[in-house]
Design a protein around this ligand. Structure first.
Ligand SMILES: Nc1ncnc2c1ncn2[C@@H]1O[C@H](COP(=O)(O)OP(=O)(O)OP(=O)(O)O)[C@@H](O)[C@H]1O
Length: 305
């Protein structure tokens, strides 16, 4: 990965409304995304992910801080410079368009005509698994199929930078895996990708680095295999002693399993060796930063047990 930054964000702030009812959605965050990197922005509902991404996409003005996207400040672009900049980015928004009376192929062909170097329409239709629906009206597609069109529209212009805002919401498990393959292919071609998702396995599969935000602040940022720090990754061994479930965190799970096997004179009942997933680490990180107990779960309780 080259070190050159495609996105640079420094001290970014965004508030909505004024006075008593003002909401500080983004509260001074800093990060950068290198050329060819897949960066996932994670965080609970209302954390400030979309607000951040929409500023980078040029949809919202910021309230403070500095932003550079493909070398430009989206807030200050106008006219031809704005159009040229937009042609270099692809956006998959959260919303889907259900009013569309065109077919899948017509919709994509129309969109492709807006770009100087679009991808081949049928190749994109195949990449999102809609070949059989190419002549169907978008209106008649299922929710998950329409979401695939959103993804297709985001990539048709061969963007240098792709924003994927919760791209696989509504996808079935097979479609999600196909989509991951598509993203990996785009990354192999050098596309820089900013992804937001609530699926932590998706972030673990696709991202080089993740940033976790809660209540508008960056809680942690780092490589997928480093986020949360070494201690958060210590595995734990779980087994049963009679009716009781026992659990112990250890840097040496193999040694503990050997000791247990000797003590039980064979396979310890209910034996599991668990390595904390990105989801476990995420839950643990945000547990300390959110007041809302519904964001917490059994999982994180297990982690600290
Ligand atoms: N247009 C708006 N007007 C007022 N408040 C807003 C607006 N958009 C977002 N907010 C508020 O800003 C905060 C951050 O919202 P944002 O949509 O950025 O969160 P998010 O992390 O993308 O959440 P989700 O995961 O639910 O999509 C929330 O408290 C939200 O209510």
């Amino acid at each position: 990965m080259a070190s050159e930054s495609v996105i640079e964000v420094s001290g970014l702030r965004k508030s909505y409304g004024v006075g008593q009812s003002a909401v500080l959605a983004v509260d001074g965050i800093d990060f950068s995304i290198g050329h060819g990197e897949v960066f996932a922005l994670l965080g609970p509902n209302g954390a400030g992910k979309s607000s951040t991404v929409e500023i980078l996409e040029g949809y919202h003005d910021r309230s403070g801080g500095e932003v550079s996207v493909l070398g430009a400040d989206p807030q200050h672009l106008r006219g031809r410079a704005l159009l040229d900049w937009k042609a270099r980015i692809g956006i998959v928004l959260q919303s889907t368009n259900d009013e569309n009376v065109l077919t899948v192929r017509q919709t994509l062909a129309q969109f492709a005509s807006f770009y100087p170097r679009p991808r081949d329409v049928d190749e994109v239709i195949a990449a999102v698994g809609l070949t059989e629906k190419a002549n169907a009206r978008v209106q008649k597609l299922s929710g998950g199929q329409r979401r695939r069109i959103d993804v297709a529209l985001g990539v048709i212009g061969r963007p240098e930078l792709l924003f994927l805002d919760e791209p696989t919401t509504g996808f079935d498990p097979v479609a999600r895996r196909e989509f991951w393959g598509l993203v990996k292919g785009l990354q192999a071609e050098g596309t820089t990708i900013l992804l937001t998702t609530h699926y932590l396995d998706e972030a673990a599969q696709l991202a080089n680095r993740v940033g976790i935000i809660a209540a508008g602040k960056l809680v942690d940022i780092g490589r997928v295999d480093e986020i949360g720090g070494a201690e958060a990754r210590v595995p734990f061994v779980r087994w049963r002693e009679g009716s009781e479930v026992r659990e112990q965190r250890t840097h040496e799970p193999g040694r503990l399993v050997t000791e247990l096997a000797a003590r039980f004179d064979g396979e310890p009942p209910g034996l599991e060796v668990i390595r904390p997933s990105l989801e476990d680490i995420y839950l643990e990180l945000i547990r300390h930063t959110t007041d809302d107990p519904q964001h917490d779960s059994q999982h994180s309780e297990e982690l600290v047990a």
